[in-house]
Design a protein around this ligand. Structure first.
Ligand SMILES: [Ca+2]
Ligand SMILES: [Ca+2]
Ligand SMILES: [Ca+2]
Length: 221
């Protein structure tokens, strides 16, 4: 039996509703785009530290050496058991580590991490940047994790997150739990979804009420 226009119309309505809902509520839990963001992927023995140069398997971070601590001086990680010290060993001048990951240009991403000073009142400072975002963070309280969270817009199909120590020397700027997740994609623009949906519905209704009537056949026996 041939489906009537009404059935097609209802199907299209349900389809449109589903698409709009999927776009509006697609901010479900997303995977972390950062590898080894918690500095757990290379095991350092409890209550000790090691440093690793870029290219070390599972390190994932590039740039300067990365110093990884496990509960050193009794200071526990913000996440897991280990964390990184940006001002690594040995002294390399300005310490800067970075990691590049896939993004969608114009997409919005959430960034969060924890950071702490290693010493009191030394103005330990680092700059963090990713996409259109850049900020300098300062901490002055020894062994005290602070939460940081922001969002940024990706500018191309890959994005690099960079942490750069702004104080010299091999002491300072502890970081842990670096997480980047996709928040929302740029297309379609959320403010265009409803106008587009209503325009489509209007066209469908118009088509429904202006369709050609079926020719009436009169049986002549
Ligand atoms: Ca960790
Ligand atoms: Ca460990
Ligand atoms: Ca160090």
């Amino acid at each position: 039996m041939k489906k009537g226009f009404g059935q097609h119309f209802n199907f299209i309505l349900v389809l449109l509703f589903t698409i709009v809902c999927a776009i509006l509520f697609s901010s479900a839990a997303q995977a972390n785009l950062i590898k080894n963001g918690g500095f757990e992927d290379i095991d350092v023995p409890d209550r000790s530290w090691r440093y690793f140069s870029q290219g070390t398997p599972n390190l994932a971070w590039q740039g300067s050496n990365v110093e990884i601590w496990d509960s050193l001086f009794g200071f526990e990680a913000a996440e897991g058991e280990q964390y990184g010290e940006l001002n690594a060993h040995p002294n390399q001048g300005q310490f800067s580590i970075y990691q590049t990951f896939d993004t969608v240009a114009g997409g919005i991403y959430d960034l969060s991490f924890n950071y702490s000073a290693r010493r009191n009142n030394k103005n330990e400072q680092f700059e963090v940047s990713a996409g259109d975002f850049s900020q300098v963070l300062t901490s002055n309280i020894r062994f005290n994790w602070q939460d940081f969270a922001t969002e940024f817009t990706a500018l191309s199909d890959t994005t690099t997150i960079t942490f750069t120590a702004l104080n010299r020397g091999t002491l300072g700027n502890l970081i842990d739990n670096i997480v980047i997740t996709q928040n929302r994609l740029p297309i379609p623009e959320p403010e265009l979804i409803f106008p587009l949906t209503f325009a489509l519905l209007f066209l469908l209704l118009r088509a429904r009420y202006h369709r050609k009537p079926k020719p009436i056949r009169i049986k002549l026996d």
